[in-house]
Write a protein of this length. Sequence first.
Length: 147
Amino acid sequence: MATSLSVESAREELSAAAARGEGGRTALRRFSDCVDEFLERLFAEAPRAAVASLIVALGGYGRRQLCLHSDIDVLLLFDGQIEEAEEKRVRSILHPLWDARFSVGHQIRNSCSRCSTRARSPATRPFSIASRGASALRPPMRGFSTR
């Protein structure tokens, strides 16, 4: 599993590849995959919430085109009310990302707020085009997609 040290190694690898003129899509995918592994570890080790949850990668990160100095855009989605246990889970995922020197664009929603927002706002349409769940998180995502 990825750690903050392996993320730093991935940053160095991407920087070196770019310096050699090899910083294209393949290099960006490798870096995105390393960040996926780091997020999956954080997700697995985070304190449990009272309701099911998942992380959805958005934007360039969601397209596996994470550049060296790009922010990580994520949606943390909960299948119910967001209470103290869910807030603790969110903090335990976001704080290590900040500690690893990532700029994180994040949204925290429950499944009901996501549906009502999406129905009202055309600004959320890119969500369905450029988003993906990390591999370990795909099964719960199916349940959310039906709501």
